[in-house]
Design a protein around this ligand. Structure first.
Ligand SMILES: [Zn+2]
Length: 276
């Protein structure tokens, strides 16, 4: 657990106002989801990951770094999983408004940076849109939307290439990480799935893809009858331990470089004479 002083909601109002005015003051807002994760993982899998990995990352930074975390946003945008019981999705509008409403208040306090630390793949694009919208309305606040698993190098040491490409949900990576963090929350049924309900392999039209350059906005029911898209039978706690360390180390480096930077640049006032 990070020191309590790292938690925005545990500070007093004078502490928050002092924190906001420190040079480079940075807030990390963890985002998860409450959505089906196959028959073996809890609905809050992404929320657990965002919360736990962020705490570990922050506890490895220097005590006097100007960085704090906001409370976990555990409900997210998950319409692709609506065909499975237990999924509770916010609307896109609601999530956009939430980020803008909270972000503008943080900007008015004087905070300089807000990282949207997201562990749910289905809301990457929406949080990027929310970040761009917030930044344009509060230019003094840098907004950095990121995805827990993106850009982490070396995952191919532990995950097969087919899982890295097609293990989109509740597969080897997520099941392994949960076996490392909370083995008591992982069930025994471990399907390999990612096929149509009639048993034929699910594949997008030629030239299109599930994700990436030409994605097809799939619904989980297009691909899977269990809710798993991938091979969770290949998961292990050992793989999960390695993934956990890789994620912590990656995000510690990213946050360190952000704290050492002077981002965001000071925005020139439109029409002012150019001082260069
Ligand atoms: Zn997930």
């Amino acid at each position: 657990m990070p020191r309590p002083q790292r938690r925005f909601e545990l500070m007093s109002w004078p502490e928050v106002s002092q924190a906001a005015l420190r040079p480079g003051s940075t807030l990390i807002w963890p985002f998860g989801a409450v959505e089906q994760h196959g028959p073996h993982l809890p609905l809050a899998t992404d929320a657990v990951f965002a919360d736990r990995i962020l705490d570990a990352v922050l506890s490895g930074l220097n005590d006097n770094d100007p960085i704090w975390r906001l409370p976990l946003q555990s409900l997210g945008f998950s319409p692709e999983h609506a065909g499975f019981h237990g999924t509770l999705s916010l609307s896109a509008d609601l999530l956009l408004n939430l980020v803008e409403s909270v972000g503008t208040q943080l900007a008015s306090l004087g905070f300089r940076r807000l990282v949207l630390f997201n562990a749910h793949g289905g809301q990457i694009a929406l949080l990027q849109t929310a970040a761009r919208q917030l930044r344009s309305r509060s230019p003094s606040l840098a907004v950095l939307p990121c995805f827990l698993w993106s850009g982490v190098e070396g995952l191919d040491q532990w995950l097969s290439s087919s899982e890295l490409q097609g293990g989109l949900h509740a597969g080897q990576a997520e099941t392994s990480l949960m076996l490392s963090l909370h083995p008591e929350l992982v069930g025994e049924i471990r399907p390999i799935d990612g096929i149509h309900c009639d048993g034929s392999p699910a594949s997008p039209p030629t030239g299109w893809s599930l994700e990436g350059a030409a994605p097809c906005a799939w619904l989980t029911t297009d691909l899977s009858s269990s809710g798993v898209i991938g091979d969770c039978s290949a998961a292990s706690a050992e793989i999960g331990d390695s993934l956990e360390q890789a994620l912590i180390s990656h995000w510690q480096q990213r946050f360190r470089s952000l704290l050492d930077s002077d981002w965001p640049p000071v925005t020139p006032v439109a029409g002012a004479p150019d001082g260069c």
